[in-house]
Design a protein around this ligand. Structure first.
Ligand SMILES: [Zn+2]
Length: 254
């Protein structure tokens, strides 16, 4: 075997190692995506639960306030009846007055009772207007609450279904990832694990996209791009440290 042939063999094996590493990345990225989907749905459910709880509290408050007002309306209505009874009593006394002084005193009482009645009537009108307002709110809130509860129920069911589906899918992918890890060269795998752990999006192996690193989007000089394309050695992004590969290295099924 001459020197050139040996070098070609090494080069070919670098490409193989990179391919296997990139495949591992694609599997792990799928796991990441599943976890993100599962992570967001509970937040949506939580938001809905909060909204429902807030609506329920407002609903209860308004119901209570409305009941209080009804109670006050009843009180004032009773007061009006009492004042009217008083007036009747005074009018009876008027028939039996003996002098002007008594007459003036009773007339004043009747006037006072009439003023009280007017005041009560004014309050009853105000309370009834407030009650009408609250009833209107309660009516729309009741519908709103019903809709939100329905949404919540559907979201929860959706969540359970997704969790079930994704857990199964995730287990399969984790198995695939473990198998692929075993096929990957240990040193490369170590580097991969370390870089992946440092990246918020979990990407350690990225394709070159539009002349830039697919991880941090820094431009890559043409010569370097050529080196990446040939896969004769492991090339990392100078800016983010991710391992760069040609996008066609793995036949795309993703
Ligand atoms: Zn980069």
């Amino acid at each position: 075997m001459n020197k050139a042939t040996i070098k070609e063999k090494i080069d070919a094996s670098v490409e193989g190692k990179l391919r296997s590493l990139y495949e591992l990345q694609l599997i792990d990225s799928k796991v990441d995506r599943l976890r993100i989907i599962r992570g967001e749905l509970p937040l949506e459910v939580q938001d809905l639960e909060d909204t429902v709880a807030q609506l329920e509290t407002r609903f209860e408050n308004y119901s209570k306030e409305s009941a209080d007002l009804e109670h006050q309306v009843a009180e004032k209505t009773q007061a009006i009846k009492d004042h009217k009874a008083n007036i009747k009593k005074y009018e009876g006394q008027l028939a039996k007055v003996k002098n002007n002084r008594e007459y003036d005193a009773i007339t004043k009482e009747v006037e006072f009772q009439n003023l009280e009645i007017q005041l009560c009537e004014k309050r009853v009108k105000e309370y009834k207007a407030l009650i009408a307002q609250k009833e209107e709110f309660l009516l729309s809130a009741e519908k709103d609450l019903k809709d939100k509860k329905k949404d919540l129920k559907a979201k929860k069911a959706e969540l359970e279904e997704i969790i079930e589906e994704t857990e199964k899918e995730e287990q399969d992918l984790i198995k695939k990832s473990a198998k692929k890890s075993k096929e990957t060269e240990p040193r490369l795998l170590n580097a991969y694990t370390r870089v992946r752990g440092n990246m918020i999006n979990g990407l350690a192996v990225v394709p070159v996209e539009r002349d830039a690193c697919g991880g941090c989007f820094s431009k890559i000089p043409p010569q370097r791009q050529l080196d990446i394309k040939t896969h004769k050695k492991v090339i990392v992004c100078e800016h983010c440290g991710r391992i760069l590969v040609d996008p066609d290295l793995v036949a795309s099924e993703n």
